[in-house]
Design a protein around this ligand. Structure first.
Ligand SMILES: C[S@@+](CC[C@H](N)C(=O)[O-])C[C@H]1O[C@@H](n2cnc3c(N)ncnc32)[C@H](O)[C@@H]1O
Length: 163
């Protein structure tokens, strides 16, 4: 799957996971989003489901600061917007917080949920905390990659003590 990032350059470039993915050729830095691009949008009302893979031809992370994310996402992006189902961050800045993922974690999670675990893990391999993110969420990933509709998510969260 094609991975892309739209960058706002708001965080320390040395710590920016999008910049690192671009540097390693794992994602492309883009200025325009295509109509079949899946936009990872934490404020979207719709949650990513495995069947969304039939609608998309690329996945886009919006790399902005979490402190300024509401402003960044007030822009009207092209594409198909989805939030991820609840996941625990593995990165040291927001470790174990629900939903506050880095761009790399979000792209990797979307790949795993859409059925491309290999590409998702390849991405995480580039980050020291990448494996921690996978391990923290391994059971949730298994459940989410079988989701048929959003209403199943509440049951899963209750089972794992997250709701
Ligand atoms: C807010 S930026 C933070 C970037 C961070 N400074 C870095 O270096 O990776 C993270 C981006 O990942 C995606 N993302 C993170 N958590 C998400 C979630 N729960 N649902 C959907 N997208 C998410 C969004 O595109 C979001 O804008």
């Amino acid at each position: 799957m094609k991975l892309q990032v739209l960058m706002f350059y708001q965080d320390d470039p040395k710590k920016c996971t999008a910049a690192k993915m671009v540097k390693f050729g794992l994602a492309k830095n883009i200025k325009k989003i295509g109509t079949k691009g899946l936009v990872l949008d934490p404020f979207s009302e719709k949650t990513l489901l495995p069947k969304d893979k039939f609608l998309i031809n690329s996945i886009i992370g919006i790399d902005c600061s979490w402190n300024l994310a509401d402003q960044a996402f007030s822009k009207k992006f092209n594409g198909i917007k989805r939030k991820l189902p609840p996941l625990l961050a593995g990165n040291p800045v927001n470790y174990s917080k629900l939903n506050k993922l880095t761009t790399a974690e979000a792209l990797s999670a979307s790949l795993i949920i859409l059925g491309d675990k290999e590409q998702g893990l390849e991405l995480l391999d580039k980050f020291k905390w990448g494996h921690t993110f996978y391990e923290l969420n391994q059971n949730l990933f298994e459940e989410y990659s079988k989701l048929e509709n959003e209403s199943q998510i509440d049951f899963i969260l209750k089972d794992y003590g997250l709701a």
